[in-house]
Design a protein around this ligand. Structure first.
Ligand code: PBG
Length: 325
């Protein structure tokens, strides 16, 4: 059936019919909201390159996490900025580390909110790399033990799920094994399975003070040009015990999200990263585009591509917008 009998515009005539035939819709359940937690109390530092996002001390975090929960968002993702950094990132696996304190407080004070913790070394090492440095290089195998210790300390503090973002080979298996040996068989792993070496992490490195002090992350994060390799990385993480797989960043990698959603049957998360957030905020501030509409369009595109879960700094705003609609 072709024009003039068939007219696709018939089903676009008015919001009611558009709503009826809409293929993709967003809900609060889709989102995970990331937080940056710092030492101290009463701290609420605005992050210059991420308007609307703050570094929060634990007491402030508890308030904001309660707001996230009241919006119906099921989970938050915690990043820590420690008091001091050292060569071996000891703040990452310290029992009284910043993320451990935050997880503990949240579990005591906010019910019915999943606490997911980022497991990585880069916020805790003086050199800013995601692993231990040996002879000027990131030492994969020596790092695994520290990542497993970090994950275990998060579980002991009350985290519900751990999210390794370091991209060392074998880390998901090492973490699963350590959690299980210590009785944490119910703690799940959301693996940053296909994480690319991306320029879109720029604002995050301001927020988390985690830029590498020498070199770059190309020897562990993936080459943006590769997609078959992403499938290989994801299948390895699944074999090692991942419960949720992730593609990161989201927007320049929608094809990878689509492909992963077709090839794998685990829940698929996509990380709408800091640079993707800040680009829209900056353009909206300049009046160059409508920030709210751009936000909803981008989030919808990530879901349409096949993501089941979207980690995004827009989560609160998006839910407020959905409630108004
Ligand atoms: C740490 C980590 C990074 C992000 C999440 N975990 C930065 C990086 O790999 O340099 C980026 C998140 C964002 O940009 O929003 N390994």
């Amino acid at each position: 059936m072709f024009f003039p009998k068939y007219r696709p515009r018939r089903l676009r005539r008015g919001e009611i019919v558009r709503r009826m035939v809409r293929e993709t819709s967003l809900s609060a359940n889709d989102f995970i909201y990331p937080f940056f937690v710092v030492p101290g109390s009463g701290v609420r530092n605005p992050i210059g390159s991420m308007p609307g996002v703050f570094q929060l001390s634990v007491d402030e975090l508890v308030k904001d996490a309660a707001e996230v929960k009241d919006l119906g968002i099921p989970a938050i993702l915690l990043f820590g900025i420690p008091e001091a950094k050292d060569e071996v990132g000891s703040g990452a696996y310290a029992q009284d580390g910043i993320v451990q304190q935050a997880a503990q407080e949240l579990k005591e004070k906010v019910n019915d909110l999943l606490v997911v913790t980022d497991v990585c070394m880069c916020e805790y090492t003086s050199h800013g790399h995601c692993g231990l440095i040996k002879d000027g290089d990131v030492d994969n195998d020596a790092t695994l033990d520290l990542l497993a210790r970090t994950a275990l300390s998060h579980a002991e503090a009350g985290a519900d799920m751990v999210a390794p973002s370091d991209m060392m080979d074998g880390r998901v298996g090492a973490i699963r094994e350590t959690l299980d040996e210590n009785g944490f068989t119910n703690i799940s792993i959301m693996a940053y399975a296909a994480k690319y070496a991306s320029s879109f992490y720029g604002p995050f490195r301001d927020a988390a003070d985690s830029a590498p002090q020498f070199g770059d992350r190309y020897s562990y994060q993936m080459d943006p040009a590769n997609s078959k390799e992403a499938m290989r990385e994801i299948s390895l993480d699944i074999e090692e015990g991942a419960d949720i797989i992730m593609v990161k960043p989201a927007l320049a990698y929608l094809d990878v999200i689509r492909r992963a959603s077709r090839e794998f049957d685990l829940p698929l998360a996509a990380y709408n990263v800091s640079g993707e957030y800040s680009m829209i905020k900056a353009a909206a501030e300049k009046g160059w585009l409508d920030g709210e509409r751009a936000m909803m369009e981008v989030l919808t595109s990530i879901k349409r591509a096949g993501a089941d879960i979207i980690i995004t700094y827009f989560a609160k705003e998006a839910v407020k917008k959905l409630e108004k609609a």
